[in-house]
Design a protein around this ligand. Structure first.
Ligand code: TRP
Length: 404
């Protein structure tokens, strides 16, 4: 049946690889903060994914996990609205990963674009491991174990959500039917009586061969109308219209996160690997110092040279942080050499610090009370586990592993 039990449920994960910065805040976290008010959200610190590339120095990862939890909380992820937890503490992720590995063709994993790309990019690491090849499968397990409907991710992660859909589809195809499903469905059709049977067959064909959604609707209505069939026959007949049996693992949809326009200090995208970031917990004077020395329009060498905001990363910060009046002042002042770069940077420094002030303060509170953070994560892990366990029960049963 095409019921996706948790269509509105959201799942996303982040690898713990260091303190978060303004790029994460404006790109990912603000989006999550919005989503947590609209849907049931699960946000996972995926430490096992971090291990796939950092297995040689795993001890850093633990510190990064705490840092990440504090950054999320300080930024405004609310444990009352969203479940936040650690991947390795909910062992069902690992179990589902194992079970799904039985049905995942190697070629699906090998053709994921990031597989070869990352191996090329991270040449100093030996990524010819089983775990690294299985990265997208572990991600699929993360999502499917909660039967989530939406997965907010950046464009680079969309192929991973796609492979997750393929794995879910394959799973449902292999295990979604009870033995003898087809025979039982055919027998149920007969029970509807001659006229209804014929109409059902025709509508089913129309839907399966032409994708006619109206036929699907009419066939479902026809089944619902039947008085003389059992509930399980009704379910069978509904599932049979679409060809499949039960839907055990629903296919999730990627929810594309708009790309962050946050420039780094050197005009490249803000990213830890470029070493051009402003951290969420950066001290005010460090923020000021970093922005003061930030790159500007390279053609504006002297104070008296007019500049072009279009070639200046500081202008991109104004676009994020400044009101129209300030932006006009920048455009006019820069192009006429009426203001200098330091003048132009001042309102941005103030705005960034004003934005970070409450985040810094909350982060400090959590740093001073690590037990509170541990408690929140423990509760999140428990809540996540309760959900994950139910999926695994169904999955184990479907795969013939129910020894009771
Ligand atoms: N691979 C994701 C990233 O690097 C992190 C991740 C792991 C994830 N599991 C996930 C994202 C499940 C969304 C859903 O950004």
């Amino acid at each position: 049946m095409s019921v996706t039990p948790f269509e509105r449920r959201v799942f996303s994960g982040m690898r713990p690889t260091g303190k978060l910065h303004l790029g994460h805040y404006h790109g990912v976290l603000k989006n999550w903060i919005k989503l947590q008010h609209e849907s049931e959200c699960f946000f996972c610190i995926v430490d096992c994914h971090a291990l796939t590339t950092h297995y040689e120095n795993p001890h850093d990862i633990q510190q990064y996990v705490w840092d990440m939890a504090i950054d999320w909380l300080a930024a405004g992820i609310n444990p009352g609205s969203a479940t936040i937890f650690i991947q390795s503490r909910v062992q069902e992720h690992a179990e589902l990963h194992l079970l799904l590995s039985m049905i995942t063709p190697l070629s699906w994993l090998e053709r994921v674009p990031t597989y070869k790309e990352q191996q090329e990019k991270l040449k100093d690491k030996d990524l010819t491991t089983y775990g690294f090849l299985g990265y997208p499968l572990l991600m699929a397990a993360d999502i499917l174990v909660y039967r989530a409907g939406s997965v907010p991710v950046g464009a680079d992660q969309v192929p991973h959500v796609e492979i997750c859909r393929e794995i879910a589809r394959r799973f449902n195809h292999l295990y979604g039917r009870d033995a003898g499903f087809e025979e039982q469905a055919e027998a149920a059709i007969k029970k509807m009586g001659k006229k209804a049977s014929k109409a059902y067959q025709q509508l089913k064909k129309q839907f399966q061969q032409q994708g006619d959604l109206e036929a699907l609707e009419r066939a479902s209505a026809l089944v619902e109308e039947q008085q003389n069939i059992s509930i399980s026959d009704r379910e069978r007949l509904l599932g049979y219209i679409e060809g499949g049996g039960k839907l055990i693992l629903p296919e999730p949809k990627a929810l594309l996160t708009p790309e962050s326009k946050m420039p780094g200090l050197d005009a490249q995208k803000m990213s830890k690997s470029y070493n051009n970031t402003i951290a969420l917990r950066e001290e005010p004077d460090v923020v000021a110092q970093k922005i003061r020395t930030m790159q500007t329009d390279p053609a504006r060498v002297r104070r008296t040279d007019p500049g072009d905001p279009d070639n200046c990363p500081v202008w991109q910060l104004h676009e994020i942080y400044s009101d129209d009046k300030t932006k006009e002042w920048v455009q006019e002042g820069c192009r006429s050499a009426g203001i200098g770069c330091i003048d132009c940077k001042r309102p941005v420094i103030d705005a960034v610090n004003a934005e970070l002030e409450p985040i810094r303060k909350r982060a400090k509170d959590y740093e001073d009370n690590p037990d509170v953070v541990r408690g929140i994560l423990s509760e999140g892990c428990e809540a996540a586990k309760d959900e994950a366990r139910q999926t695994l029960e169904t999955v184990r049963a479907a795969m013939g592993l129910h020894y009771r």
